[in-house]
Design a protein around this ligand. Structure first.
Ligand code: NAD
Length: 467
């Protein structure tokens, strides 16, 4: 093996190989500073890896993603093209051909037809919660990791729920509508303080647990039901069954994911279990509540009110959607009911949530481009290696996305067998597997050979080398 060389020599040597013009399968340069430094776990200086010379990384950001993401990519020195709108498919195909990463929100559809043109793309950032707009399977098969931001808006949903608890118990929606229509209706009957009342939370995850803390600070008692045993925050108490929660709560707030188990988990039998005059809030998913059953419970006065933010079927764009059954067949009935607050899926829609989404997705995308860490990917094995120490010279990080079939590790380790493998980690998800390895004592020729040999394996989907 050749003698170790300074990293600057390696960079120059490697530029001559021409491999850096093949971005998805590429070898990197290694600048000494990076935005990611602030996320390093230890105080010990770590070596920063980069996939290409920074000016070569091209990112297309569509749909007006938040400025926080632009700032992150700007600090990395990436070439960013920023557009406020989504693009028609033909324009998208043209633009996606050249970029290494793309950032979208919910309107851009990254179908197989679009992605098959994305020859350099290594990552997609969905600057939103959902990822239905991306063909996740095709992306994974093409070695493209997809990231999103599932929890950046938890606080916003919890705060909206607090507002709704008070709004329901004071019939705020109705008073507001009445006065807007010129009707003065000062009343206190069946209007309550929330202090001392019991909030029952179904699903004590990111949102449910935040809500519990906020509700307790208002003097509420908090019960929660969750399929998992979870340590309570504050004085809240986990109960053993949904029925126990329903029997004992003045307000029920739903914060479960959409799964076969949660489909219509609140229907006639569950509504019957609730206290007379209780309130129901659904800011989770539209499928969780049986809306016709809720309408019946409100009509007969079993419940004193409800807030609905999410619906089984929702319009894709803002505007008038109340004709026919476009939104809901029973929207007219919901609109006619007293103390029912209807909102258009705005639980997580705040400036703060958008900003947090920009930071979260911007950071994971940079981390994937710079270090290969795929933690948080929704379609891909989640793999990470601890950063390299600053004093680790002539080390190369291998990122090898491959078909999940027998014999791969034997082949890869045969290729790596002449070098010292500092660390190695591999995981699979379905047909796709991802191996990360740090190999030391390599010079530019070694790196070139490693790249060529790994890329030539029959299992290869995509190979990147960072140093
Ligand atoms: N309205 C909005 O704008 C908005 C915004 C963000 C999230 N959401 C929705 O809110 C819901 C909760 O989000 P989160 O981030 O808190 O999720 P999370 O995954 O952090 O928490 C969900 C909790 O529900 C529990 N759970 C799952 N199945 C259950 C069941 N059958 N019975 C009881 N508990 C169950 C889980 O164990 C977990 O603790 C999700 O449906 C999400 O899509 C809505």
């Amino acid at each position: 093996m050749s003698a170790p060389q300074p990293i600057s020599n390696l960079t120059q040597a490697f530029e001559k190989t021409g491999l850096s013009s093949s971005p998805r399968n590429t070898v990197s340069t290694s600048p000494t500073t990076s935005y990611m430094d602030q996320y390093k776990p230890s105080s010990k200086a770590s070596k920063t890896l980069k996939p290409f010379s920074t000016g070569d990384v091209k990112i297309l950001l569509l749909e007006n993603v938040n400025q926080t993401a632009l700032d992150i990519f700007g600090q990395q020195g990436y070439q960013v093209e920023f557009l406020k709108t989504s693009l028609p498919e033909e324009e998208l195909i043209e633009k996606i051909k050249d970029v290494h990463a793309i950032g979208i929100r919910s309107k851009t559809r990254l179908t197989e037809n679009v992605l098959k043109h994305a020859k350099h793309l290594v990552a997609i950032g969905c600057f939103c919660i959902g990822t239905n707009q991306v063909d996740l399977e095709f992306a994974a098969k093409s070695g493209i990791a997809v990231f999103n931001s599932p929890f950046s808006n938890s606080r916003s949903v919890a705060e909206l729920t607090i507002a709704e608890i008070i709004a329901l118990s004071r019939e705020l929606g109705d008073r507001n509508m009445e006065l807007h229509n010129g009707f003065w209706n000062k009343k206190s009957a069946r209007c309550w303080e929330v202090r001392g009342k019991t909030l029952g939370i179904v699903g004590y995850g990111h949102i449910g647990s935040q809500l519990s803390v906020l509700a307790e600070s208002l003097g509420m008692n908090v019960l929660y039901y969750d399929v998992t045993m979870i340590m309570s925050l504050g004085n809240s108490k986990q109960v053993g069954s949904l029925a126990e929660l329903l029997n004992n709560s003045d307000f029920i707030s739903l914060h479960v994911p959409e799964t076969p188990d949660t489909k219509q988990m609140i229907s006639t039998p569950q509504l019957a279990e609730m206290k007379d005059g209780a309130y129901l809030i659904n800011n989770s998913r539209g499928t969780v509540v049986d809306l016709p059953a809720l309408i019946d419970a409100l009509k007969i006065g079993k419940l004193a009110g409800a807030c609905i933010d999410v619906y089984p079927k929702e319009p894709r764009a803002n505007g008038p959607h109340f004709n026919g059954d476009e939104l809901l067949p029973f929207i007219d009935e919901l609109k006619s009911l007293k103390n029912v607050i209807l909102t258009p899926h705005i639980g997580g829609s705040t400036e703060e949530a958008q900003s947090a989404i920009g930071i979260e997705v911007g950071t994971v995308l940079s981390k994937y481009l710079n270090e290969g860490a795929s933690v948080g990917a929704v379609n891909f094995p989640e793999v990470s290696l601890r950063p390299l120490d600053l004093d680790e010279q002539n080390v190369c990080r291998i990122l090898y996305i491959h078909h999940n079939v027998p014999g791969v590790l034997k082949t890869v380790n045969q290729i790596l067998s002449d070098y010292n493998i500092e660390k190695q980690f591999s995981d699979s998800r379905g047909d796709i597997a991802y191996l990360m390895a740090d190999v030391s004592g390599v010079n530019s020729d070694d790196i070139k050979n490693l790249y060529t040999e790994l890329e030539a394996t029959s299992y290869n989907i995509s190979t990147r080398l960072l140093y």
